[in-house]
Design a protein around this ligand. Sequence first.
Ligand SMILES: C=C(CC[C@@H](C)[C@H]1CC[C@H]2C3=CC[C@H]4[C@H](C)[C@@H](O)CC[C@]4(C)[C@H]3CC[C@]12C)C(C)C
Ligand SMILES: C[S@@+](CC[C@H](N)C(=O)[O-])C[C@H]1O[C@@H](n2cnc3c(N)ncnc32)[C@H](O)[C@@H]1O
Length: 361
Amino acid sequence: MDSLTLFFTGALVAVGIYWFLCVLGPAERKGKRAVDLSGGSISAEKVQDNYKQYWSFFRRPKEIETAEKVPDFVDTFYNLVTDIYEWGWGQSFHFSPSIPGKSHKDATRLHEEMAVDLIQVKPGQKILDVGCGVGGPMRAIASHSRANVVGITINEYQVNRARLHNKKAGLDALCEVVCGNFLQMPFDDNSFDGAYSIEATCHAPKLEEVYAEIYRVLKPGSMYVSYEWVTTEKFKAEDDEHVEVIQGIERGDALPGLRAYVDIAETAKKVGFEIVKEKDLASPPAEPWWTRLKMGRLAYWRNHIVVQILSAVGVAPKGTVDVHEMLFKTADYLTRGGETGIFSPMHMILCRKPESPEESS
Ligand SMILES: C=C(CC[C@@H](C)[C@H]1CC[C@H]2C3=CC[C@H]4[C@H](C)[C@@H](O)CC[C@]4(C)[C@H]3CC[C@]12C)C(C)C
Ligand SMILES: C[S@@+](CC[C@H](N)C(=O)[O-])C[C@H]1O[C@@H](n2cnc3c(N)ncnc32)[C@H](O)[C@@H]1O
C-alpha cells in the first residue's frame, strides 16, 4: 500500500470512529457526548465499586431492611446514571405518552406543562419541584408559567448540571436548585404556592414521609400534583412473570419497592391533603409511553459498543459498561411492564392543602 492510500485509509478510519462516537453517540441530540460520560461525583476509579455496592443493596428491593440508607444509595445511583440518561434520553428523566405527529421532545414538554397547569399557579409565584433531576421539567415549567421554580435533588452532581443548564437556557433568574433530601427539606412551613413531583417520589421508602414534608411546606389552599410510579390493577402478585418484571424495574431504577396505585390517594389523605383529581395518564386513549424505549433498542446496542470502546481505552470509567448493561436490561423490564399494563409511571394525583386544618376533617 503506498503512503497516499495509507493516509486516506487512516483518515477514513479516524472519521469513522469520530462519527461512531461523537455523531452517532448521542441518541438524544441535545444530550451529553459519549466521550464525556462520567460517574457523576464519584471519582473514576471508584465507579465500579460503587456500582457493585448499589447492586448488592437494590438486588432484593422488597427485602431492604434499613430504609435510612435508601437516600444514600439513590444518590449513588444518580451519580452512576445521570450522564448516561442525559446522553441517551435528554434532560427530562421521565416518560410521557406518545403523541401522534409530535416529537418525543414536544410530548415530553406537554406532559410537563400539564403538571403546572393542574396546580394553577400565577406568574411570579414560588413553586417546588420535588426531585428535580437535571432540571428538564423545571425549565419547561418556568418558561410556560413564568413562576419561580425551586428544585430539590439529593444528588450534588445533578445540582451542578441543572444550574449549568439553567444558565445556558437564560432561566437562572426563574430557576433555583437546592441539594437536599426531600424527606427533610430545608424550607420553611407554608412557604410555597404550589408543588409538583415527576417520577421522583417513587424513590422514597415511605411515601407518607415525603407527602408529609410537601404538605408542610405548602401554603394553605395551594396545590400539589405528582406523577407516580405504580403497579396497576392488572398486577397479580401470584403471577411469577409479573413479579419478575416489577422486580426488574425496582432493582434497575433504585426503587425500594413499587407501590400499588390504590395506596397513593390513601397516603395523600393520611397526611392531610384533599384529593382534587386522580387519573392514570397511561391508560387509553393515551398512546403508549414505552414506544420510545422500544424504538431505541438499536441505538442501545450501538451505545453499548460505544461504552465498551470508551471504557477499554480509559475515556469512560471502568464500571460504565456494567451500569449501561443494567439500564439496557431495565429498559426491557419497563417495556414489558408497559405492554402487559401491570405498571404505570404516570399515575397522576392532584391534591390541595386545605385552607384550615378543620376543613380536612
Ligand atoms: C423515573 C426514572 C427514570 C425513567 C427514565 C428516564 C429512565 C429509565 C430507564 C432509562 C434508560 C434505559 C436504557 C438506556 C440505554 C441502554 C442507553 O443506551 C441510553 C439511556 C437509556 C435509554 C436510559 C435513559 C433513561 C431511562 C429511560 C426512575 C429512575 C425512577
Ligand atoms: C427519575 S429522576 C426525575 C427527575 C425529574 N423530576 C425529571 O423528571 O427530570 C428522580 C429524581 O428524584 C431525586 N430524588 C430521589 N430521592 C430523593 C431524595 N430522598 N431527596 C431528594 N431528591 C431525591 C433524584 O435525585 C432525581 O433527581
